[in-house]
Design a binder for this molecule. Structure first.
Ligand code: NAD
Length: 332
């Protein structure tokens, strides 16, 4: 099988590629990635010598590039996106361009090339905020940030290409991911690396916002199931089963790193900050999904990874710090 992975140099895409590709397997993977600030080719260095791996630096918004890399592929797993809520509040244009227009370019090329399965990787943030209960896949979309609105637009486009053109689209919506190789602007790696560097950790508002945490390997497990066994035209929620307030999450990270609450600085809340996300993921569980990494084990392994891989994240924290967006928000 030939798989085109967009955004494969990012956090989740690179995990998918590392899990999926083994030397000598009959799977071929081509990664298409523009290597924006969050795309790191070194995340895929271990694949570089594999004969069944190809890396193409290119923009999903460029129809010619997309057309060339789509030729001969069997399936597409689409991760490429602008993915950081706070950046979308600063400037929405790159989010509309990549997340909406880039998805449209990919969908058109997928149609032309007779792609057998197109997995569009999305987010629970498209549902908005929920004070009680959990979202099923039928829940109306009510995104509150430019990021989540752009992802909702892309989801609807992808589903429309199924209904209108018969493209074999599956949409996945997952909760907050964490794990190794996550860019240190996002909550968990930001807190870990700040604490390791002796800096304070900034907590948005009262810290009562609740997020469901999902280890990146479990997310990829769900995507693999959606790729193999998902029904075309359907949406699958992928949850982690660990809901935590940002305050409780902060306590767990402080414990894991061996730091105290005196390292926490309260900062004004994010505009339009969703209070709670919660997914009902029974549908993907019927395909055999269940999260395997307990949050405490996953957090401990993640802390260990950042401690052992300072050379990976240190050059990145300078660029992330420059953006001055360093608050805990349950951000992605
Ligand atoms: P990331 O920011 O780490 O990676 C995004 C990748 O896309 C990068 O490698 C970047 O270079 C690439 N990219 C960006 N614009 C591009 C363009 N125009 N053309 C080609 N490549 C481009 O993001 P991530 O956390 O790995 O997220 C991957 C996907 O999962 C996204 O679609 C995101 O919306 C979704 N998602 C993420 C989370 C989370 O918690 N991280 C949760 C839910 C959904």
């Amino acid at each position: 099988m030939k798989i085109l992975v967009t955004g494969g140099a990012g956090f989740i895409g690179s995990e998918f590629v590392r899990r999926h590709l083994t030397v000598g397997s009959s799977t071929n993977i081509t990664v298409l990635d523009a290597l924006t600030y969050s795309g790191i080719q070194a995340n895929l260095d271990c694949m570089a010598s594999y004969p069944n791996y190809t890396f193409v630096r290119g923009d999903i918004c460029d129809p010619e590039t997309v057309d060339q890399v789509m030729a001969g592929q069997d399936v597409v797993v689409h991760f490429a996106a602008e993915s950081h809520v706070d950046r979308s509040i600063q400037s929405a244009a790159p989010f509309i361009r990549t997340n909406v227009m880039g998805t449209q370019v990919l969908l058109d090329a997928a149609r032309r090339h007779g792609i057998a399965r197109f997995v569009h990787v999305s987010t629970d943030e498209v549902y908005g905020s929920i004070s009680e209960g959990s979202w099923s896949e039928e829940w109306p979309l009510a995104p509150n940030s430019p990021y989540s609105a752009s992802k909702a637009g892309a989801d609807l486009l992808a589903l429309a290409y199924h209904r209108t053109h018969g493209l074999e689209v599956v949409v996945t919506r997952c909760s907050n991911n964490y794990g190794h190789y996550q860019f240190p602007e996002k909550a968990i790696p930001l807190f870990i690396t700040n604490l390791m560097d002796g800096k304070p950790v900034p907590l948005y508002g009262d810290g009562n916002n609740i997020r469901d945490w999902l280890h990146v390997s479990d997310h990829c497990q769900g995507i693999e199931l959606a790729l193999k066994a998902g029904k075309a035209g359907e949406v699958y929620n992928i949850g982690g089963g660990t809901e935590l307030s940002n305050r409780d999450l902060t306590c767990l990270i402080l414990d894991a790193v061996g730091a105290g609450w005196d390292r926490v600085v309260r900062v004004p809340d994010r505009p339009g900050h969703d209070l709670r996300y919660s997914l009902d993921d029974r549908k993907i569980r019927e395909l055999g999904y269940h999260p395997r990494v307990s949050f405490l084990e996953g957090l401990s392994a993640t802390v260990g990874w950042y401690q052992e891989n300072r050379s990976w994240w240190e050059p990145l924290t300078a660029s992330a710090a420059a953006v001055e967006l360093c608050s805990l928000s349950g951000r992605r």
